[in-house]
Write a protein that binds this ligand. Structure first.
Ligand code: 13P
Ligand code: 13P
Ligand code: MG
Ligand code: MG
Length: 365
């Protein structure tokens, strides 16, 4: 029987402003998922949060996009939203765009990362959850894990990885997708995924078609038709024995690369890897954070997690991220700190532009 790992995440309200999900919301989710466990809908679960986003990590044997499993996540978010509204938390119900559930939670606001696989004798799985950034933030680290031999030694020295991996890339603007085979098509892959706001890595497969990694790619503001918040993503990555080792996966976050998001979803800044405890984006609503949770998946149960970035080996990364944050912050409202105009279309800026529009005059020459 195959095991499915489902990560469904949403921001349904936070303290103070867009900073942290209130613990009572996590308690409510725990209650709803606990009931689903008792009812046999899911086999195991772990609830975490990164900033103001709650991440429901569930294991089961019902496959991807399963109605019952998605309904559990939907109910958890809906019931927690009621509490968020009572407490007048900030952005109560922010990512729950619809109050009617039909079939699965796709297109309703929450982000979804799911993978179904045949369990091997041992199954290390790492879940990475972000806040204050977008799905394209995973392009660089996922590329490094599965295609960069300077990050992943196994690509060179492990015969089981030597053939490389296939990358499925989504064009989230045109709603198209393409599969690229690496290392043969590395340059084509990079030509696309360097544009992080448009081309996002959705899945990575072994050359035998086995799932290796998956990323939530839902674009919240495109769904909502207006700026409500950023589509803070989550990713699931399988490790060891034909996949990158757990350490090779985590190494991809040792460089705090620039991602878009941060204040009002409108700024570039570094992605800082932190422990669950420090996933509190307070400085200018950031900088963007990523947490890592390392599990062993065993007969559809979650053993763990290890709080990956709760490690002094990442102190230097965090220091560099802080320095990069200070450097780029000095640009204030100027690019490249503020996102370029095309990206600002999905923020609150068009409202300001609309007001200025009638004052523009044609130039004579
Ligand atoms: P161990 O020898 O500790 O099992 O580690 C092997 C390995 O591949 C580490 O990446
Ligand atoms: P979230 O996407 O995390 O809700 O943040 C939105 C925002 O505007 C932060 O300044
Ligand atoms: Mg929020
Ligand atoms: Mg968020």
């Amino acid at each position: 029987m195959k095991t499915t790992v489902s990560v469904i995440k949403a921001d349904i309200g936070s303290v103070a402003g867009h900073c942290v999900s209130h613990p009572v919301l996590l308690e409510k989710c725990d209650e709803v998922l606990g009931n689903a466990l008792e009812a046999g809908i899911i086999e195991d679960y772990y609830i975490s949060r990164c900033g103001d986003d709650i991440d429901l990590i569930m294991t089961h044997t019902k496959g991807e996009l399963n109605e019952e499993v998605h309904k559990v996540a939907y109910d958890a978010f809906l019931q927690a939203t009621e509490i968020a509204r009572e407490l007048k938390l900030y952005g109560a119900g922010q990512d729950l765009l619809s109050d009617t559930f039909s079939g699965n939670i796709k297109g309703m606001g929450p982000g979804i990362a799911e993978m179904e696989f045949e369990e091997r004798p041992s199954n290390p799985v790492i879940v990475y959850c972000c806040d204050k950034t977008e799905p394209g933030a995973f392009n660089l680290p996922i590329y490094k894990m599965f295609a960069d031999p300077f990050n992943t030694a196994g690509l060179v020295i492990d015969p089981k990885m030597h053939d490389g991996f296939d990358f499925e890339v989504y064009d989230v603007i045109e709603n198209k997708k393409v599969m690229l085979s690496c290392p043969e098509e590395i340059y084509d892959l990079l030509a696309l995924i360097g544009s992080t706001g448009r081309y996002v890595i959705k899945n990575v497969f072994t050359k035998d078609g086995d799932i290796a990694a998956t990323v939530s790619t839902e674009r919240l503001n495109l769904m909502a038709g207006e700026y409500v918040g950023k589509d803070d993503p989550a990713a699931i990555v399988r490790a060891q024995s034909g996949f990158p080792s757990a350490g090779e996966c985590n190494e991809a976050f040792a460089f705090p690369h620039m991602v878009s998001g941060w204040m009002r979803g409108s700024h570039n800044g570094p992605l800082m890897p932190v422990s669950e405890e420090y996933a509190n984006p307070v400085r200018f609503d950031g900088p963007a954070r990523v947490i890592g949770l390392g599990f062993q998946v065993s007969d559809a149960k979650l053993i763990g997690p290890v709080d990956i970035f709760d490690d002094p080996a990442y102190d230097e990364t965090r220091q560099l991220a802080s320095r990069a944050a200070t450097y780029i912050r000095r640009h204030g409202p100027f690019e490249p700190h503020r996102l370029p105009s095309e990206e600002m279309e999905y923020t609150s800026l068009p409202g300001v532009m609309e007001k200025l529009e009638p004052r523009f005059e044609d130039m004579d020459d």
